[in-house]
Design a protein around this ligand. Structure first.
Ligand code: S3P
Length: 180
């Protein structure tokens, strides 16, 4: 058994990854799940499956507030799971109820990145309805609006200058210290 699997006791909780679009939640979540031997679940994927349509279509046909409600329902359905890496959409933290649910689910890791890194990572952002028309301007405005929204995380990591493996190591060290 490798050291990375020392957290897989039946009593272990989950790790939730939050953060703005383009901070690396999905990439890191999948790698973290592989490393720990845990399951990976993504709230955007759950919502798309439930709705039978892609996120841009949900925004276009039902609107953002319905999407936000679907985020709450996705988190509620996860109640009781163990040893899951839960990755989330960047706006899930906007509803206080979601913050409460995330905290109940487990250890919350907030990922950050500079505006420049986010702009580079999200590219043309065709799959992100909130970034249509001038992504850079939208990113700056949304980051300002959400300035404190991710502050409730148990651990915050700025990924701008870090490699993926450095970020993984930081998360794993922190949960070890927390004696998960
Ligand atoms: C959103 C982020 C997206 C997705 C939706 C809305 C947001 O997820 O949930 O487009 O409000 O920040 P990612 O953070 O995975 O891009």
């Amino acid at each position: 058994m490798t050291e990375s699997r020392t957290f897989t006791s039946p009593t272990t909780r989950n790790i939730c990854l939050i953060g703005f679009m383009g901070t690396g939640k999905t990439t890191l979540g999948q790698l973290l799940a592989n490393q720990l031997g845990w399951a990976w679940v993504d709230t955007d994927n759950l919502i798309e499956k439930e709705a039978g349509m892609a996120i841009p279509e949900i925004f276009a046909t039902k609107g953002e507030s319905v999407f936000r409600q679907m985020e709450t329902e996705a988190l509620e359905k996860l109640a009781g799971v163990k040893q899951h890496i839960i990755t989330t959409g960047g706006g899930i933290v906007l509803k206080p109820r979601n913050v409460e649910l995330l905290r109940q689910l487990g250890w919350v890791v907030g990922l950050q990145a500079s505006v420049e890194a986010i702009v580079k990572r999200v590219g043309e952002a065709s799959s992100r309805p909130l970034l249509e028309d001038n992504p850079e301007m939208r990113i700056r405005a949304l980051l300002e609006q959400r300035k404190y929204a991710y502050d409730f995380a148990d651990q915050t990591i700025d990924t701008t200058e870090l490699s993926v493996s450095q970020v993984l190591e930081r998360i794993i060290s922190a949960i070890r210290l927390e004696s998960f």
